[in-house]
Write a protein that binds this ligand. Structure first.
Ligand code: SAM
Length: 276
């Protein structure tokens, strides 16, 4: 049995316990296609490409630098590198970063950098050296990792890594009109059956998912946030919410819907304010 390290306020302990089955449980993720779709936004969002590049170079003559926040096993890093970015991955979990190192070496990326840090408290010395990211990305429901109280710290951490006028893209599942239904099912993780037992916890205000199998017994907290709450948290973190699009990843020909309409997943495009 693995010790349950999760504290309701964050999911760090959960991901430590879950890292060894993560890639098998989520093996359907198509990172190349996801990045292909997200990269379309560089052309689609007014002013974004101009801010990020100047004839393919960063604002001060560098190759534009991208930070993939909470990069997990790093499966989006090679695809972003192929788009022409100097790619950095940040995660708080050393096991996830070793998976990311494997992904980098398998793809023979010429350069990629991995940073072990909690995005809520990226060290000041590090920021003084590297506070130059032109673009930050966070794939796979980043805001759900954090309780309402922690969300501003997490977003402020991202903003602190961006240069003024830099952008932050993340996907997000908006708060459903009624709490999600309980589940009790098995998830195939490459031949290993993981039991997933989840239900909404009214007292915590989040969906609690209990994952178990022979060598796993851990709890994930999935925090939902409303659109207004997201907007306020982004502003408190010193960023401007440039737009919200609906994202339909399965519709390869037309994944974006503007405005976000009724789509189940949303893409938030944020912009670090020049003066913050
Ligand atoms: C849902 S996974 C997403 C991983 C990856 N982006 C993907 O698309 O598969 C969440 C990741 O966030 C990391 N994480 C959780 N809290 C974090 C924090 N406070 N700072 C940095 N990384 C964090 C976890 O270790 C885990 O790798």
């Amino acid at each position: 049995m693995t010790e349950n390290l999760s504290h309701p306020a964050d999911n760090i302990g959960f991901y430590r316990a879950f890292a060894h089955v993560y890639t098998a449980a989520y093996r359907d993720v198509d990172a190349d296609e996801t990045v292909r779709q997200w990269a379309q936004l560089l052309d689609r969002i007014e002013g974004m490409k101009e801010s990020l590049t100047d004839d393919g170079l960063g604002a001060d003559g560098r190759v534009p630098r991208l930070l993939d926040v909470a990069c997990g096993p790093g499966w989006h890093l090679p695809a972003w590198s192929a788009c022409g970015f100097d790619v950095w991955g940040l995660d708080v979990n050393p096991e996830m970063l070793s998976l990311a190192a494997g992904s980098i070496s398998r793809h023979q990326m010429s350069a990629a950098h991995l940073v072990l840090a909690d995005i809520r408290e990226v060290p000041t010395a590090y920021l003084e050296l590297h506070r130059r990211f032109d673009l930050a990305t966070a794939h796979f429901n980043f805001p759900h990792l954090f309780s309402r109280q922690e969300l501003v710290s997490a977003l402020s951490g991202v903003a602190a890594c961006l240069r003024p006028d830099g952008y932050f893209l993340f996907d997000f599942t908006p708060l459903p009109p009624t709490p999600p239904e309980p589940v009790d099912e098995f998830v195939d993780a490459g031949g290993q059956q993981l039991r997933l037992n989840g239900k909404f916890d009214d007292s915590l205000g989040c969906y609690v998912q209990h994952w178990s199998c022979q060598d796993l017994d851990t709890v994930e907290h999935y925090w939902f946030h409303g659109a207004n709450e997201m907007r306020e948290a982004i502003a408190s973190a010193g960023m401007n919410l440039k737009c919200v699009l609906g994202w339909h990843p399965e519709n390869h020909a037309a994944p974006w819907e503007s405005p976000s309409g009724t789509s189940h997943r949303a893409m938030y495009v944020c912009h670090r304010l020049l003066q913050s």
